[in-house]
Write a protein of this length. Structure first.
Length: 314
């Protein structure tokens, strides 16, 4: 298997995919590496098989506000559909379907965690347990704190990365038997410990063997319980969810918590990307411009434009 390319992109989230697509379209060789099992990073869908059938949860990004017209059009062209009358878009049959479809045709390798980087003889050397990769150009589209960890505190871009702030989010996925209460499809309440609750099974094209809910804890709850075990977090969040939706905790068919350590940007960089042209290094992700998937997409596209544009060719 090839382990060298013109460009290596670390991160198969929507930022990495938007960048890699544009670089590949411009004609360069590109490899995308990601430590996760599934494509899409925080645009994530988890599938579970229960006795009564298959169910799924969007446990990362919930709904894509269609504010950015170009992004909304691309998402619709990729198969996204409106969830409700507010016009927010969701992937069908799950949110991860959108990055998966956008990544079609790319050389993408999941399950590879890059643990060390070095720039030698005008090439980037990337190490992961048991494998090494090389490229002339490196694009990191991973959360800013993780980029800082990889590059180290003395790197010229470390100061800018330190300015970016991201916070965690604890997410509960819970399934209840068909016929269980469905009082609403989505609810946002910043004053409640569960700041966001969505009836995932109300989204278009979901596998609806059960009534499924996704609840996201607010910032205070998430920070307080981040280091607890997923089992403990699920046990804490379930009664809070059941209280809101009017269901008995003991009727839950499936329960799982996910800890997103770098979920949401609270202080963005304020520019679409960072770069160190001397070493052909580019850094991007949602954290550059905001907290949403469209910001990640814009950042990845801006990096590709900077690499392939006329200014770079000179
Ligand atoms: C709970 C939650 C709810 C959200 N709700 C919404 C919403 O409703 N609407 C919305 O628009 N946005 C929402 N977002 C935000 C949205 O998901 C993100 O803005 C967007 O998906 C970020 O994309 P990205 O490509 O920048 O980063 P990511 O999706 O985080 O991708 C980064 C990738 O890098 C990989 N990686 C990291 N380090 C390494 C390494 N060392 N080696 C290899 N791979 C590595 C990770 O595995 C990951 O796949 C939500 C996020 C969360 C967590």
């Amino acid at each position: 298997m090839k382990r060298a390319a013109d460009s290596i992109v670390i991160g198969s989230g929507i930022a990495g995919i938007s960048c890699a697509r544009a670089l590949a379209q411009a004609g360069g060789t590109v490899i995308v590496l990601d430590k996760g099992r599934g494509i899409g990073g925080r645009m994530a869908t988890r599938r579970v098989t229960l006795e009564i059938g298959e169910i799924s949860f969007d446990h990362g990004a919930q709904v894509l506000p269609a504010q950015n017209a170009a992004f909304a059009t691309l998402m619709r062209d990729t198969g996204a559909a409106a969830w409700d009358q507010d016009g927010g878009l969701v992937g069908v049959p799950g949110m991860s379907q959108l990055p998966r479809r956008l990544a079609e045709g790319l050389d993408l390798r999941q399950g590879i965690e890059i643990t060390a980087l070095a720039y030698r003889d005008r090439r980037w050397m990337l190490s992961s347990p048991g494998e090494a990769f090389q490229a002339q150009r490196l694009v990191l589209t991973i959360p800013a704190p993780q980029a800082l960890q990889l590059l180290g505190p003395t790197h010229p871009l470390a100061g800018a990365l330190t300015e970016v702030e991201m916070r965690p989010c604890l997410t509960l996925m819970a399934a209840f038997p068909p016929g269980s209460p469905r009082p609403f499809s989505q609810r946002s309440d910043p004053d409640h410990p569960l700041a966001w609750i969505a009836q995932d099974s109300s989204k278009l094209g979901r596998r609806t063997a059960a009534v499924t809910w996704v609840a996201q804890a607010g910032p205070k709850f998430s920070a307080q319980y981040l280091e607890n075990s997923p089992e403990d977090i699920a046990a804490q969040m379930l009664p809070l969810l059941c209280d809101v939706i009017g269901t008995q905790p003991q009727t839950a068919l499936h329960l799982r918590a996910h800890r997103w350590r770098y979920a949401q940007t609270i202080r963005p960089l304020g520019a679409p990307y960072l770069s160190d042209r001397a070493t052909n290094l580019y850094l991007g992700g949602d954290w550059c411009l905001g907290a949403r998937a469209e910001h990640a997409f814009q950042s990845g596209a801006a990096i590709a434009a900077a690499i392939t544009g006329p200014a770079h060719a000179r």
